[in-house]
Design a protein around this ligand. Structure first.
Ligand code: FES
Ligand SMILES: [Fe+2]
Length: 348
């Protein structure tokens, strides 16, 4: 069987060693959507969350600058801030009180009385860059700049008023499946007539198509009579989906949380949340999520069960998966030690 038409082997969705390799060869070196700028509104604000097992934070320093760090103290690995959004006077480790500046430099090591060289213990830095109000991080501080690396994707949404949209709702769904099981499902419309009656009523699924570009793909389907679909559904390797319409968008992010678990983040933005049908949009997206969840969690158990080893991709419907799975294979051939090197770079 031609490799481009066969699926990834089932154990790639199950094996803990594979998961740990992907943490460094994929999530340790790609640009990852992290937060909306709205979640870092003022000096001294931070946003912290765990990403493929890496506890990360982006802070807006007292100088107004955005910087990113691993949320891990250099003393004995305590946390600096709690997960989520917050504001704090300074960055003091919760465990024994080492204090860091907003630039990540160690300012004081409590009761060490000058016995260590503070210059050697800055927080581990991560790269932070912003695209139209959306904050991305990269654990590899020497990565190609965000706007270059994702240029093909960003061109797709050029005409949409992304920065005029307000974050109306951020939620997440924890799923009992590998991150790729969920991504595979997102990447095809083949299942829509079988699983999503609500979507199937709006779109002509027979004409659903997926076009691939530079590490991204665009889904489209003509609306059935009377329905408006002035939008784009885009997926960018490795884990970012942007579903965008004239006046609303959902940034959907698939965050690995373990070999056989993931968390899907939903970030719904609207031009005018006061007057748009926010609750209707959220309700439909939750209905669709639960339909997908029911399937992907069974698929995950079946992949883990041991009889099924490898399947076949539809050239007509699953070209988006073929591209995605090919990128997964390419990443698997990378040296997994390299992605972690950036995490030992100095915080300044
Ligand atoms: S672990 Fe941070 S001060 Fe000890
Ligand atoms: Fe679906």
């Amino acid at each position: 069987m031609d490799e481009s038409q066969s699926t990834l082997p089932a154990d790639w969705y199950v094996d803990p060693a594979r998961y740990h390799q992907e943490r460094s060869t994929i999530f340790g070196r790609e640009w990852l959507w992290f937060a909306s700028l709205e979640q870092l509104p003022t000096p001294n604000s931070y946003f912290a969350s765990e990403y493929a097992g890496y506890p990360l934070m982006v802070v807006r320093g007292s100088d107004g600058e955005l910087r990113g760090f691993h949320n891990v103290c250099r003393h004995r690995a305590g946390p600096l801030v709690d997960e989520g959004v917050g504001v704090c006077g300074n960055l003091v480790c919760r465990y024994h009180g080492w204090a860091y500046g907003w630039d990540g430099a160690l300012r004081s090591a409590r009761d060490f009385d000058g016995e260590i060289d503070t210059d050697e213990y800055s927080l581990f830095a991560v790269a932070v860059q912003v695209w139209r109000g959306q904050v991305f991080v990269n654990l590899d501080c020497s990565a190609v700049p965000l706007l270059d690396d994702l240029s093909a994707l960003f061109r797709e949404v050029e005409e949409f008023p992304v920065e005029a949209m307000r974050l109306a709702n951020a939620s997440h769904h924890d799923l009992a499946c590998n991150w790729k099981t969920y991504a595979d499902n997102y990447l095809e419309g083949y299942h829509i007539p079988m699983m999503h009656p609500e979507l199937n009523r709006e779109f002509d699924a027979k004409q659903y198509r997926v076009d691939t570009g530079d590490r991204y793909c665009r889904h489209s389907a003509p609306a059935r009579a009377g329905e408006a679909t002035d939008g784009r559904w885009l997926f960018r390797w490795p884990n970012l989906a942007i579903n965008i319409y004239g006046d609303a968008m959902n940034i959907e992010v698939i965050v690995p949380t373990g070999p056989q678990t993931c968390r899907v983040l939903y970030n719904h933005f609207f031009i005018d949340p006061e007057h748009q049908n926010v609750s209707g949009v959220l309700r439909l997206s939750d209905v669709v999520m639960e339909q997908d969840r029911a399937m992907v969690e069974v698929v995950q158990r079946n992949l883990a069960a041991g009889r099924y080893r490898q399947g076949r991709l539809s050239p007509r419907h699953e070209n988006g998966l073929a591209q995605f799975q090919d990128l997964v294979r390419q990443a698997a051939n990378r040296d997994s030690s390299v992605g972690d090197d950036s995490s030992v770079s100095n915080g300044r």
